[in-house]
Design a protein around this ligand. Structure first.
Ligand code: HEC
Ligand code: HEC
Ligand code: HEC
Ligand code: HEC
Ligand code: HEC
Ligand code: HEC
Ligand code: HEC
Ligand code: HEC
Length: 444
């Protein structure tokens, strides 16, 4: 009993010191040596002293130590260390989180840069733009110098799918910023918003305009985000964050570091398709919703989502893709990306507005579903894409290709009827009458 009291007193006194590491006794001798010099970097040491790692006696050396043969091993004041503490290093203590992260699309994000988007960044833009743009989100291939230090053209970088010198993929500090490595911080939407925003994947903006985002801002203080356990419907009720739906626990679901585990659609592709085992994945997400909503509400939400995605796919996504294929096959435009006006229109049609529309629908952002989304898709399809196809067919001396486009893709689908035949006169008259009555004014 006395021992416990004395021990508790020591802990209390120690935790009252500002840089409390030395006296605690729970740190390794190596870490104590690191701290002796690194007092000169008070930011890092103080952040660490506020972390769970400090509490658990995990110090500088436990994370930064390296084997002599590691590709990024560096001699540093009689220690062998590496600057990068990779998922593999964290995985020595956090096996489950690391395995889930490794199996996710997040870990693959550095590998996919060699795509059409890659061409855009590397060639249309230029390599320095890729370094400070694409790679800061997706991750760089980190290269080492002969002494184990890191090549500055590839680091600093904490991209989500970074390719590390030890062969592991990703960077845990993309979400758990060093040296706090906090759960609380990672639960906040702003963390995801470093990457999930902008013209081609505006999840943060969509979330902000959704009822969920509004409630998050109104009741952030009541969400208990600092609790060790954070289960939707048990520890908080007012609003879900990105993490609630994609990572954290709720309903019957535990925490997962595989952000794809609950997704039934691929909404970022030119044409959306369902994922493998989509029913199971959808059920997992619905479990989370059900922590706060009733089943008919959730079922209704998914019916609206599916109908919207199918509208985008069948009315615009698939026809736009097939029209471009036809133009290439008939020799109207050359094969390849971004070497033609129509390539650019097509690119933005699916990659910008087409995605925005689908993301708006999936996360309850009506302005993104329509005005920044399907409205823009329709406008560009009818007023830029088809006119460009007509002009290019004519210029290539093959006007019959455009005739085929009209008969195969436009006339065959009554949803496009208005484009060739105009709006229904009776409907127009009805609308005019409605406005006259509503505003007591004459409308031309
Ligand atoms: C003798 C003093 C001293 C000791 C002991 C020491 N460091 Fe350092 N360390 C420094 C200084 C000074 C710098 C800053 C170097 C600079 O700015 O060029 C540094 C830089 C670093 C860096 C960043 C390297 C880079 O190139 O950006 C890491 C990581 C690091 N130390 C970790 C450790 C760890 C882990 C330990 C204990 C195993 C440790 N240090 C022990 C003095 C020390
Ligand atoms: C839980 C593991 C962990 C612990 C504990 C830890 N670090 Fe780090 N440290 C990291 C990670 C992760 C990075 C980021 C490296 C990267 O991916 O770019 C980092 C980066 C650094 C850097 C280079 C980045 C910069 O901003 O200059 C220094 C210096 C550093 N750590 C020093 C320390 C010191 C000193 C301690 C002890 C007080 C410490 N670290 C404890 C994981 C850790
Ligand atoms: C030597 C073992 C060890 C290493 C290496 C390690 N951790 Fe930890 N980590 C722990 C322990 C122990 C805890 C405390 C567990 C607890 O409080 O239940 C912890 C807690 C955490 C937490 C929870 C923080 C919170 O707010 O409660 C996160 C997040 C975390 N670690 C991330 C990392 C990351 C990222 C790395 C690599 C950069 C890493 N850890 C490296 C042992 C380690
Ligand atoms: C602001 C951060 C950010 C920047 C900058 C960025 N991306 Fe992305 N990228 C993302 C996010 C987030 C996604 C996932 C979007 C989604 O799921 O809706 C993504 C998706 C992708 C995809 C589709 C992946 C798939 O699985 O279908 C490719 C390819 C891609 N990006 C390549 C690039 C290239 C190349 C660049 C630079 C020219 C770049 N990105 C710039 C964040 C970024
Ligand atoms: C995409 C963002 C993201 C990335 C990347 C990420 N985490 Fe997490 N992590 C989270 C969130 C959010 C939580 C909090 C989940 C919850 O609500 O309890 C968390 C929680 C944790 C916890 C606490 C687990 C528990 O049950 O208490 C550990 C440990 C952890 N992460 C380790 C890691 C490691 C190791 C990596 C790298 C392999 C990593 N994380 C990468 C977002 C991330
Ligand atoms: C450093 C940038 C970055 C951060 C931070 C980030 N992501 Fe991502 N995320 C990406 C990129 C890039 C992709 C696309 C990866 C690919 O397709 O290979 C992606 C993909 C995803 C996906 C689609 C996964 C799939 O299987 O299709 C989800 C869901 C996701 N992220 C959720 C989150 C959440 C939630 C957070 C915050 C807790 C977060 N992300 C933080 C960059 C990031
Ligand atoms: C209320 C729950 C909820 C919240 C909050 C939420 N999402 Fe989602 N998210 C979803 C649903 C539902 C889908 C579509 C699921 C499906 O495909 O079945 C989705 C899809 C996604 C995708 C996949 C897009 C693709 O291209 O396929 C990404 C990435 C994503 N969300 C990121 C985020 C980010 C980042 C935030 C916060 C800024 C966030 N989500 C907030 C429920 C949510
Ligand atoms: C932590 C609790 C919580 C979770 C989890 C949650 N929601 Fe909500 N949601 C709410 C609250 C509270 C509202 C506000 C209801 C209102 O408008 O009065 C709301 C509003 C909504 C709305 C807008 C309704 C309207 O009338 O404007 C939709 C749609 C929605 N949620 C769908 C979902 C879906 C789909 C999921 C799962 C992917 C989900 N929610 C998960 C709490 C939650």
């Amino acid at each position: 009993m006395r021992k416990i009291v004395v021990f508790s007193l020591v802990v209390i006194i120690v935790s009252m010191l500002s840089v409390p590491a030395f006296a605690a006794g729970k740190f390794s001798d190596e870490t104590k040596e690191c701290l002796q010099c690194h007092d000169a970097m008070p930011g890092i040491v103080i952040q660490w002293s506020k972390s769970s790692h400090w509490n658990a006696g995990v110090g500088c050396y436990e994370c930064h130590r390296a084997g002599k043969d590691d590709p990024d091993a560096m001699e540093h004041n009689d220690f062998t260390i590496s600057i990068i503490v990779s998922p593999k290093d964290c995985g020595q203590c956090h096996e489950r989180e690391t395995a889930e992260q490794e199996a996710s699309h997040h870990a693959e994000a550095g590998n996919i840069i060699n795509s059409a988007d890659g061409l855009l960044g590397q060639t249309v833009g230029g390599p320095p733009a890729v370094a400070v743009g694409c790679r800061q989100c997706h991750g760089s291939v980190v290269l080492t110098n002969a002494d184990g230090s890191l090549d500055p053209s590839t680091w600093p970088n904490t991209g989500i799918g970074r390719l590390n010198p030890d062969g592991s993929k990703g960077s845990c500090s993309a979400c758990h910023t060093r040296h706090r490595f906090s759960k609380e911080q990672a639960r906040k939407p702003e963390v995801c918003g470093k990457c999930h925003l902008g013209p081609d994947h505006p999840q943060l903006e969509v979330y902000e305009e959704s009822k969920h985002g509004i409630l998050y801002r109104a009741f952030e203080d009541e969400l208990n985000m600092d609790r060790p356990k954070w289960v939707a419907g048990e520890d908080y009720f007012d609003a879900p964050t990105c993490s609630s739906c994609h990572i954290s626990a709720g309903g019957g679901q535990g925490v997962t570091h595989d952000v794809g585990k609950r997704l039934s659609w691929n909404l970022r592709a030119p044409v959306s398709k369902k994922m493998e085992n989509w029913q199971e994945k959808r059920k997992d997400m619905q479990d989370i919703c059900s922590a706060c909503h009733g089943d008919p509400f959730v079922a209704g939400f998914y019916i609206q989502l599916d109908e919207f995605v199918e509208l985008y796919d069948t009315k615009f996504g698939i026809p736009a893709q097939q029209i471009r294929d036809l133009l290439i096959n008939e020799g109207v435009i050359p094969k390849g990306n971004f070497n033609d006006e129509i390539d650019w229109i097509y690119w933005e049609l699916w990659h910008h507005e087409g995605r925005r529309a689908r993301h708006g629908a999936a996360m309850s952002g009506p302005d993104y579903a329509w005005w920044h989304g399907l409205y823009e898709v329709a406008k560009h399809f009818y007023t830029e894409y088809l006119p460009a196809a007509e002009r290019l067919s004519r210029e290539a001396g093959k006007p019959e290709v455009y005739d085929r486009i009209i008969s195969e893709f436009i006339d065959s689908d009554e949803r496009h009827e208005w484009f060739t035949k105009g709006f229904d006169q009776k409907k127009l008259e009805k609308i005019q009458k409605y406005y006259q009555e509503r505003y007591q004014q004459k409308v031309d």
